[in-house]
Design a protein around this ligand. Structure first.
Ligand code: NAD
Ligand code: TYD
Length: 348
């Protein structure tokens, strides 16, 4: 099987590439990535020389390039993760989200259809999406595969649009697609614009810990290696045309996640108990901030046997260790443009 992974130099994509390259030496894995600010080949150092792996620098917005790449390589499968992924950036600049997440996804679908139109047998287009397409929950209930779409940020609206286009290719052209909608991921190689790695980096440098609003928004956190395992299971065993919700069954208020990271890091860094919590700073809330996300992943468990690894504090501790041990990685991604982004986002 020859598989194209898009966005494989990003956070989740790098875990997916690593898993597929190592688990399936008989497959050929190509990683197509534009290397935006979020893409980093250092995330894949350990597999870059593997005989079944190749990196291709390219943009999913370049339709002609995709058509010729697919004609040349004749891929059997696509695992599509390339996207603009940060809600705050989608609020300050939605255009790139429409371009890459919507138009880029349509370009990929078009290139796959071009080479598969005569025979769809054995082919698979896997679109990796988010639970944010379902909107925001109140205190009760969870999102499932039958929840109505209700996206509320430019990011989630762009992902919802791409989900609809993928389903349209399934219904209209009979393309064998699968979609998964996953909750918030955490783990190694996570770009520190997102909550957990940003808080870890700021505690390390004794910088203020920005908590939006009252810190009461709730997210369901899933370990990224569990997500990569779910993608593996769904890619191989998922039923074409179906959607699978992926979640950690692990809901936390933001302020409680931040306090847990503070506690774990005080212990690891030999600081006094309570020292890092002093850095917590409540800042202006995100516009349109979704209150709560939670996933009911029963379908994935009952139909495909997938379950998340627990417990959160142990995996979070392991995650923090990775950032402390990979100082060079963290320093490199938090220099240059990151500093400009940080200034704009937090010191306005
Ligand atoms: P990320 O921002 O870390 O990585 C995105 C990758 O896509 C980067 O390597 C970037 O260079 C690449 N990319 C961006 N635009 C491109 C383009 N035009 N052409 C080619 N490559 C391009 O994102 P992530 O957190 O790893 O998320 C990956 C996917 O999973 C996204 O589709 C996201 O919507 C989805 N998702 C993420 C989460 C999460 O918690 N991070 C949860 C559910 C779903
Ligand atoms: P984030 O990691 O950006 O993921 P998402 O918005 O996709 O859920 O944010 C997780 C939660 O943390 C979200 O409720 C917003 C909040 N948050 C903060 O309180 N402070 C921050 O600096 C960031 C980046 C996020």
């Amino acid at each position: 099987m020859k598989i194209l992974v898009t966005g494989g130099a990003g956070f989740i994509g790098s875990h997916v590439v690593r898993r597929f390259v190592n688990t399936y030496p008989q497959y050929t894995i190509h990683n197509l990535d534009k290397l935006t600010y979020a893409g980093n080949l250092a995330n894949l150092k350990d597999v870059e020389d593997a005989p079944n792996y190749k990196f291709i620098k390219g943009d999913i917005n370049d339709k002609e390039f995709l058509l010729s790449l697919f004609r040349e390589e004749q891929y059997d499968g696509v695992i599509h993760l390339a996207a603009e992924s940060h809600v705050d950036r989608s609020i300050s600049g939605p255009d790139a989200f429409i371009q890459t997440n919507v138009v880029g996804t349509c370009n990929l679908l078009g290139a796959a259809l071009d080479i598969w139109k005569n025979s769809m047998t054995g082919k698979r287009f896997y679109h990796v999406s988010t639970d944010e397409v379902f909107g925001s929950l109140g205190a009760e209930g969870k999102f499932s595969e039958t929840t109505k779409y209700d996206p509320r940020s430019p990011y989630s609206a762009s992902k919802a649009s791409s989900d609809h286009m993928v389903r349209a290719y399934s219904h209209t052209y009979g393309m064998p697609v699968v979609i998964s909608n996953c909750s918030n991921n955490y783990g190694s190689h996570h770009f520190p614009e997102k909550l957990i790695p940003l808080i870890i980096n700021n505690i390390k440098h004794k910088k203020p810990l920005p908590v939006y609003g009252k810190g009461e928004n709730i997210r369901d956190w899933l370990w990224v290696e569990d997500h990569a395992r779910a993608i593996d299971v769904i890619f191989h065993q998922g039923v074409s045309g179906e959607t699978y919700c992926v979640g950690g069954n692990n809901e936390w208020k933001n302020i409680d996640v931040v306090k847990l990271i503070c506690k774990l890091m005080d212990e690891k860094l030999g600081r006094n108990a309570g020292e890092s919590e002093q850095l917590i700073t409540y800042v202006t809330d995100r516009p349109g901030h979704d209150a709560r996300y939670a996933i009911d992943a029963t379908k994935l468990k009952t139909e495909l046997g997938w379950e998340p690894t627990q417990p959160f504090d142990l995996l979070l501790s392991k995650t923090i260790d990775w950032y402390l041990q990979n100082e060079k990685w963290l320093n490199e991604v938090t220099s240059g443009d990151y500093m400009k982004y940080y200034e704009n986002q937090y010191n306005r």
